[in-house]
Design a protein around this ligand. Sequence first.
Ligand SMILES: Nc1nc2c(c(=O)[nH]1)N[C@H]1C(S)=C(S)[C@@H](COP(=O)(O)OP(=O)(O)OC[C@H]3O[C@@H](n4cnc5c(=O)[nH]c(N)nc54)[C@H](O)[C@@H]3O)O[C@H]1N2
Ligand SMILES: Nc1nc2c(c(=O)[nH]1)N[C@H]1C(S)=C(S)[C@@H](COP(=O)(O)OP(=O)(O)OC[C@H]3O[C@@H](n4cnc5c(=O)[nH]c(N)nc54)[C@H](O)[C@@H]3O)O[C@H]1N2
Ligand code: SF4
Ligand SMILES: [Mo]
Length: 752
Amino acid sequence: MSSALDQLLHARTGPMTSDLVQRPADFGLGQIPARLQPAATAKSVCGFCSTGCSLQVHLNAAGEAINLSPDPDHPVNLGMACPKGWEALTPLAAPDRATVPLLRNAATGQLEPANWSRALERFASEFKRIQRDHGAHAIAFLSTGQIVTEEMALLGALFKFGMGGLHCDSNTRQCMATSHVAYKQSFGFDAPPFTYADFEESDALVFIGANPCLAHPIMWQRVMRNRRAPEIVVVDPRRTETAQAATLHVALRPKSDLTFLYGLAHLLIARGAVKTDFVAAHTTGFDAFAAFVAEFTPDRVAAATDVPVATLHRLAAIIAERERVSFWWTMGVNQSHEATRTAQAIINLALLTGNLGRPGTGANSITGQCNAMGSRLFGNATSLLGGYDTATPAHRAHVAGLLGLDPALIPDRGGYAYDQILDAVDRGEIKGLWVIATNPAHSWINQSRAREILGKLDFLVVQDMYVTTETAALADLVLPAAGWGEKDGTLINSERRFGVVRKVARAPGQALADFSIFKLVAEAWGCGDRFREWSSPAAVFQILKRLSAGQPCDFTGIEDYAAIEAAGGIQWPWVENRSAETGDRKRSESLKSGFRTPVSGLTERRLFADGRFFHPDGRARFLFDPPRPVPEPTDDAFPFTLLTGRGSSAQWHTGSRTDKSAVLRKLAPTVQTVEIHPDDAAGLGLFSGQTVAIRSRRATVNAVAVVTATVQRRQLFMPLHFPEMNRLTFPAFDPHSRQPSYKACAVAVAPA
Ligand SMILES: Nc1nc2c(c(=O)[nH]1)N[C@H]1C(S)=C(S)[C@@H](COP(=O)(O)OP(=O)(O)OC[C@H]3O[C@@H](n4cnc5c(=O)[nH]c(N)nc54)[C@H](O)[C@@H]3O)O[C@H]1N2
Ligand SMILES: Nc1nc2c(c(=O)[nH]1)N[C@H]1C(S)=C(S)[C@@H](COP(=O)(O)OP(=O)(O)OC[C@H]3O[C@@H](n4cnc5c(=O)[nH]c(N)nc54)[C@H](O)[C@@H]3O)O[C@H]1N2
Ligand code: SF4
Ligand SMILES: [Mo]
């Protein structure tokens, strides 16, 4: 173990990615100091959002990043990047980076520096003591959609097959659990069907609960390249940046989407817009669905959603008459008390109109974090590695066989979801928690209770790039992690595309890649032997290929990282022996012409072109349930609905990375704001710039008022990027996905 540690710490000063780097001709920049002279360029996929933009990182002769620029020749971003991408290197140099392990001194209550050996020894001894005293499942982890796939897979495998744990989840629960469950139930596998070319090839794009102008700016640029004069429909209670750019904005009542979507299905069926051939050949359950939506008459739907009957008809006409209709959804759908059925109501619209598997169509969930898709496939939280089912003995045996493990090591049931893990901590059932690359003491719902619960743990380990996060402040042990740009591995973007991230900078002090930390924990635990083959991210990539073989996500045709880079990323599935039919020629033609053209091959592919879904009968399912009332309706005491979400393209979640950039700080408010309608502001005597108090049944939080008609009357909007905000939110969850309903609770507002 100490020799493994020595090797790792020593390797930190070893070679970077220089072997993979292209050496351009001399730049002729003789006056510039050597360490700032560009000597070479590496490519790396951006580590913020799920778009997966490719960045060119310019390196000095030592192989260290000097600066970066968007990759001009990449099928995802076509030479563009948003402010976060341009600033991706800046957060690495922040002064609050975690540089050594920190252990809380029981006597003083302070976090104090410790060496890695002592930190790892404490980690193992505390977690083992907890297991001895309270049972094997009294430890848990909460992880992320923001580390590389190889790290996610190693973490899940180590925890379950090495440490004997069961309960683990990630921030993907806050974000993508709904899409995961909705696709799995409807299509038979968690499979977003689209490719980004679909943004450019639609005749109508319907965005539901999504604000891509701000949350996915480069995807939005792809929409702007659409030359088919598309209808752009935005379904969002707020008049967002995206809604302002739309041809039709449907400002529905918050959390009335399910009724609204059933109302659209009703109208489409009434108009005879059902693609009966497609429905008959490729789906089941349509008749029951048609009978169910018969009751969702326009008058009833209008009353329940505040959407005028004429608007319902107009949107139904757009969907019925346009040849290629694509539906896109994000957090306005996924974060709801009835999120899974809402996502499936969108899927149902695409199924009944036959808008799947063709260019410019699809029921398309846009993911959020850079590797949300990796965590959905290889996080090991909700399903076994590669999308296998934990409860099926044959699947467990298969996975164990592929990993060379005793099948008895593989748990025979799924563990708790995120909220259930916290409840178990509250009850005293879980005593040890390991938090990796997420900041629950800011981002989890109903924050006052969340922080209280974290305080009940016997031992909290936080593995992060920074020592200053709200969660690190509560930790008993902080493990210093390398971040994006300081390690290698793959990310999977929203359109199922693998991209490679490269080590282009050295992590500060003794910070280590999460991969190395997991390996060291395995050694400290005494289960390192089970993970000998998991020797490097590149080696794990080969294991993951094996796990994917024969699954819908099969990517056995991708040779290695270099093949991914050469192709500009590769979408799953990409099956062995098909690598020869590359789309390379078409790709360069379409890039040259300045337009994307529908391509099939290595560069871009969509799913379900053959109409075969992943259920054993090959058919997609129509799934539905009656809408339910919102969990916390407004009343006289709390008359406003509080909406929450992204506030600017320059801010990322809890701000731990983006707040470190002076450029990004200039592009966004640096204090908590709240948006309020002019009529409400006038009625309450509030004005822009004034500090107001937002009160819910759980807490009161101050914010600076922004008076604007982008929110409707009796609605407020607060960005999630400031730590107090989630003290207001009401803990409601979707029953199928257990995703929190962050976007609706009842509040009051008054001058502070
Ligand atoms: N700049 C930036 N970009 C990001 C992120 C970031 O933090 N900063 N985070 C990334 C991540 S992880 C994610 S998941 C994505 C999220 O991306 P989005 O989902 O697009 O962002 P949000 O602002 O959370 O929510 C989208 C919209 O849902 C609306 N909404 C609220 N309630 C309802 C409702 O009941 N019905 C409907 N139809 N709409 C509703 C909100 O008004 C909001 O405009 O962004 C990713 N991109
Ligand atoms: N009210 C409200 N709350 C929300 C939402 C909302 O819309 N409204 N959205 C929810 C959604 S969709 C999401 S995804 C969550 C996000 O919530 P979080 O995951 O809590 O937010 P981040 O700020 O992205 O936290 C990531 C952490 O990982 C660290 N980190 C970054 N890279 C690495 C790495 O390589 N290794 C390690 N070890 N650490 C690293 C960062 O420093 C940071 O502390 O927030 C959710 N919370
Ligand atoms: S759009 Fe997303 S992936 Fe692209 S540069 Fe911005 S944050 Fe990075
Ligand atoms: Mo997210």
